[in-house]
Design a protein around this ligand. Structure first.
Ligand code: NDP
Length: 283
């Protein structure tokens, strides 16, 4: 039987609509949520991501602003901009679009963002809070994956959850969130000895490797829930996930598509975090 398709686009639209009344009530109290995005360099994908985020903000009633820096910009220019945004009471969330050009130290730039405005959840204070199970801003992609799993009614306690990819923005934080829900979590990476043998044990399989169609039907346990985080531009210009969707949907129990799965949820969670930051700013 074909897998159930988990529709991230529709869940994200519902989630964004659910934020509108909170946004209007914050606006009435003089704190309309505001998000500032910083884009550095010429990466076309980054430009599209920032534009999509700004559009989602406008649709939802979050004020958005955009700060653009050339490829060769200095660290001090970026730090100066972040310092101004940290002090600006109309800005509740600050996004530094990654990747940064190689001459810039991403950790040092991200560390300059006030943790109270770090709606991407990439600051060490917020990642540390996640590790300790305390409230902080959780990165949008892993938070979005958790919402998708909840929405799809996927049981997690006692289940084997395997993540392919160990980045700080997806794989590692997602592992912590799945652990909090009592899943038995395995993280795979490029040095994992027999990837297929590990993924075949997974009741929940999350692909976040950035490698088109890495996960084939033979690597999936029948009936598993497969979440595809990957976004890869194919030679024909189309997007592909990390999962061979056409083949895997015949064996999985449920699966997210690309596009229309995790991507829209990442944006929606960024809005949820920005609204929360604005609420917290009022004490
Ligand atoms: P990174 O490049 O930072 O991390 C990729 C991870 O995958 C690494 O841990 C790497 O292992 C592992 N990996 C790569 N190739 C293989 C392989 N053949 N077998 C097993 N593991 C492998 O990527 P990100 O975490 O930033 O992003 C991952 C994907 O998700 C990308 O396609 C990205 O575009 C997409 N993405 C999508 C988002 C969305 O909203 N939908 C948001 C963020 C990312 P190692 O550590 O050993 O190098």
């Amino acid at each position: 039987m074909a897998a159930t398709i988990i529709d991230g686009k529709s869940l994200a639209a519902t989630l964004r609509a659910s934020q509108k009344s909170a946004i209007e009530s914050l606006a009435a109290r003089g704190a309309r949520p505001g998000l500032a995005a910083i884009l550095t360099g010429n990466d076309p994908a980054s430009r599209i991501y920032v534009r999509n985020k700004a559009r989602a903000c406008e649709d939802t009633g979050v004020r958005s602003e955009f700060h653009e820096f050339p490829e060769g910009t200095s660290e001090s220019s970026l730090l100066e901009c972040i310092g101004r945004l940290n002090a600006d009471r109309a800005v509740h969330g600050i996004l530094v679009q990654l990747p940064l050009p190689p001459h810039l130290d991403a950790n040092r730039i991200l560390a300059a963002v006030s943790p109270a405005k770090d709606v991407d959840g990439f600051h060490a204070v917020n990642l540390g809070a996640l590790l300790q199970g305390r409230a902080g801003f959780v990165p949008g992609t892993p938070a979005g994956v958790m919402r998708l799993l909840e929405h799809a009614g996927v049981a997690l306690a006692g289940k084997n959850a395997t993540i392919v990819g160990r980045s700080t923005i997806v794989g590692k934080p997602l592992a912590l969130l799945l652990l909090q829900k009592d899943a038995t979590v395995t993280i795979c990476h490029s040095k994992t000895a027999d990837l297929a043998a590990v993924t075949r044990q997974a009741d929940i399989l999350v692909a976040a490797a950035g490698h088109a169609k890495l996960i084939t039907a033979e690597m999936v346990k029948p009936g598993a829930c497969v979440i595809d985080v990957g976004v890869n531009r194919m030679p024909d210009g189309k997007l592909s996930g990390d999962v061979d969707f056409a083949a895997v949907k015949r064996i999985a129990g449920s699966i997210t598509p690309v596009p229309g799965g995790v991507g829209p949820m990442t944006v929606a969670m960024m809005i949820v975090n920005t609204v929360r930051a604005a609420e917290l700013s009022l004490g």
